[in-house]
Design a protein around this ligand. Structure first.
Ligand SMILES: O=C(O)[C@H](O)COP(=O)(O)O
Length: 344
């Protein structure tokens, strides 16, 4: 009990409970935290991050082709907006867990099985898009799985800037060549979408396709809870959260953080456990705290990256929620620009 109170206080001090206010208003919590006891530190990840961040810079400098694509595709056509970006070392980071999938609906362990969204999942993705429709997005990262990709694309149909998300196909030279865009103006109205298997859901091993309730009845609630939420116990022949973090957080630090450092606003559409591992890294959660971190489907979560730090802003309730824009001048300016451009 004492440990529970301690973790709740520590989580509260990090701003988690602003989300439970949102959950009351929306009947759906973006983050649900129930404290439990567990042990591990993420110093290794932080050390990894430090090296990766340095590597990330050189990736950006050396890998000219990728940077060029981003720059070409994401340069805002409006000069005033790009001026704002140049002056600021701040960037927005939006995380979205995919909307409800057809196996979420059936309560089946899904993991890396590539299952599409339900109608409710489609609606959740569209609702998520409305909530972030005034927040700048320059680059989108999704997993390689269709439920995350559908979520990203559907969310972007609601964005007021009306740029077109375009999936980059870098799997072969031919795929790259065959998906080239030959108009600079058109490129400027596009947002690159990078798909990465490293952001996939944790591989659930021999639980994939099994019903969660039936599995708990068979192996016991506690065993199944340990497989689902412990940091370092893998499900049979599957990945633990720790193993999932090794690839998801490494991808984040090597590929996504350098974009944020360059002032690019990033949206990531991924999965319950790949995002839990990334949030563990962003919020410096301990292995005990992450056990209690639950993410709702289709709920966007906003972070501001500033001076090398991630500041958690919770989940935007609606496009016009004052709190989100009150926090940074840059977000307010972007929204004002959209108001001027589209007069709506
Ligand atoms: O892969 C799955 O089954 C879920 O989307 C995430 O499952 P979990 O909440 O059991 O980890």
């Amino acid at each position: 009990m004492a440990a529970t109170a301690f973790h709740q206080a520590s989580l509260q001090s990090r701003g988690y409970f602003c989300d439970s206010r949102l959950s009351q208003e929306n009947g759906n919590a973006p983050f649900r935290l129930i404290s439990k006891g567990f042990k591990l530190d993420i110093a290794m990840l932080r050390r990894g991050n430090y090296c990766s961040r340095k590597r990330g810079f050189s990736v950006i400098e050396a890998s000219n082709s990728q940077t060029t694509v981003f720059d070409q595709v994401s340069s805002p056509s409006n000069g005033a907006m790009s001026d704002t970006r140049k002056k600021s070392n701040e960037a927005a980071l939006i995380l979205i867990r995919h909307g409800e999938s057809m196996w979420n609906e059936k309560n089946l362990f899904t993991g890396c099985v590539d299952v599409p969204l339900t109608k409710k999942g489609v609606e959740e993705a569209i609702e998520a898009g409305k909530r972030i429709s005034n927040i700048p997005v320059n680059v989108i990262y999704t997993s390689a799985l269709i439920r995350a990709q559908m979520t990203a694309m559907l969310a972007m149909t609601e964005h007021r800037r009306k740029k077109v998300p375009i999936i980059l196909h870098n799997e072969s030279e031919q795929a790259k060549a065959w998906s080239q865009i030959f108009s600079e103006d058109t490129q400027k109205q596009c947002i690159p979408v990078v798909t990465a298997w490293q952001l996939n859901e944790r591989m659930y091993g021999e639980l994939q396709g099994l019903n969660k309730q039936e599995t708990a009845d068979r192996y016991g609630k506690e065993q199944v809870h340990e497989w689902r939420r412990s940091y370092d116990t893998p499900p049979p022949n599957g990945e633990s959260l720790e193993m999932c973090a090794e690839r998801a957080v490494a991808y984040f630090t090597e590929h996504i953080e350098p974009q944020l450092l360059c002032g690019k606003n990033v949206m990531i559409a991924a999965h319950g456990n790949s995002l839990r591992s990334i949030i563990m890294y962003l919020d410096k959660l301990t292995s005990q705290e992450v056990i209690s971190l639950e993410l709702s489907t289709g709920m966007p979560m906003l972070y501001i990256f500033k001076d090398g730090r991630f500041i958690r802003r919770g989940s935007p309730v609606a496009p016009n929620e004052a709190g989100v824009y009150a926090y940074t001048k840059r977000l307010a300016q972007y929204r004002q620009k959209l108001d001027e451009m589209f007069q709506s």
